[in-house]
Design a protein around this ligand. Sequence first.
Ligand SMILES: Cc1cc2nc3c(=O)[nH]c(=O)nc-3n(C[C@H](O)[C@H](O)[C@H](O)COP(=O)(O)OP(=O)(O)OC[C@H]3O[C@@H](n4cnc5c(N)ncnc54)[C@H](O)[C@@H]3O)c2cc1C
Length: 424
Amino acid sequence: MVSSISSQSVKPAPDAVAVIGAGVIGLSCALEAQRQGFNVTLFDRDGPGLGASFGNAGYLATELIEPLSNPATLRSALSLWLNPKGPLALPLGYIHRIAPWLLRFVLAALPKSLQRSRQALLQLNSASIDAWQRSLDDIGAREQIIKSGYLLVWESPRLAAAQRHQAWLADNDIQTELVQGERLAELEPSLSHRVHHALYFPDAYRVKEPYELCQRLLTAFTERGGQFIQQGVTGLIPAAHEITVNTAKDDYRYDYTILCAGVWSRKLLNSVGIDLPLEAERGYHLTFPTAGAMLRHHIGSAERKFVMGPLASGLRVVGMTELGGLTLPPCKRRFDVLRHHSQQLVPELNTAVLEASEWMGHRPTLPDSLPVIDQHPDYSRLCFAFGNQHLGVTQAAITAELILQLMQKRATSIDITPFGVDRF
Ligand SMILES: Cc1cc2nc3c(=O)[nH]c(=O)nc-3n(C[C@H](O)[C@H](O)[C@H](O)COP(=O)(O)OP(=O)(O)OC[C@H]3O[C@@H](n4cnc5c(N)ncnc54)[C@H](O)[C@@H]3O)c2cc1C
């Protein structure tokens, strides 16, 4: 049992865990803690699954093992930023705020850091599908992930970039097939003839629908006795044997707390004496509800740098990396850019009557593209699981397993040293 300090100041019964944030990471952690026998309370200031976990592409991108900060990105950053249809945006009013983060981002591309981050992402991503299968099998929801395959496409007729990428992926045990012509048209008939060739990832998975996945996790959690409290957490007070969770309404005490508030974790970290360069990487989506059947696979454009794919809610087109913080409103132009790119690759989307919903969300991103999976350096009962940038859906189930292993002082199934909270 959990105690609320203001109503009763008794010590909580053993094994009470608070999870702060009900995105895909918090929901996965809450379920995993429950599996391990803890008595879990999940907090969110909104409904569960309405943050970044709501509007993502739903693609389990295990092959994305190259950190965002790498020499190729840095070389092309200026041209990507200046291109009005490019994937990178830095609102002028935010540049002074983001400058220290950008410096760390550049440093993360130095060879030693880059290699370390790449290895860490490879380890985490390689374990991610098995972890999802374990989690979803346990709650009878395996239908939530689908082995659908993925196509990374190029419009330029030059094959060299795709061949180089294929060889690099093979070095990392990721198998692909280089496809073009009839084979490509057979795999994905609706793609425009502009697309010249593609790397086909036959073993790739996607989720059925990101929000539905969150709801399914929540239902399993509450049916097993988990408690969801819709209240914003205003502060955390860690101590040796318990953590106090402050909300505007009440204060609660738990044996353990796992902070999973996505990009908003930064503010709560400040309340426990930790300052981390956790930034909001704003991403956008369009969802065409009636166009879901147009594509069979998720498609990534290597040149235009966006992703689209079929979900239960329709055809979703996502993209943009906009370092614009948490308070600026969405920039309408970005939706037009996504519409333009998707129409170029899927001509059927050029129908005037096709309505699309628009959404913008905040990816929680650290300069080295790695999440934090760790404990507070002085209060080991306060645990952290956030910062999964572009890969939070991919990595949620494995992140949850790792944080519970750490919390229970068990050996972790992969080396989590690179995910330390004190690495910056
Ligand atoms: C456009 C876009 C496309 C993407 N595509 C993919 C993809 O295809 N594959 C993939 O793996 N990843 C993808 N991602 C990334 C993925 O969506 C995120 O990494 C993931 O959703 C992060 O989950 P989270 O639970 O950490 O954060 P969130 O989903 O943002 O959840 C954080 C929660 O914390 C709550 N919260 C915040 N502050 C407080 C507080 N003080 N008290 C209580 N609750 C609080 C919020 O309300 C929210 O519900 C994409 C992201 C975007 C934006």
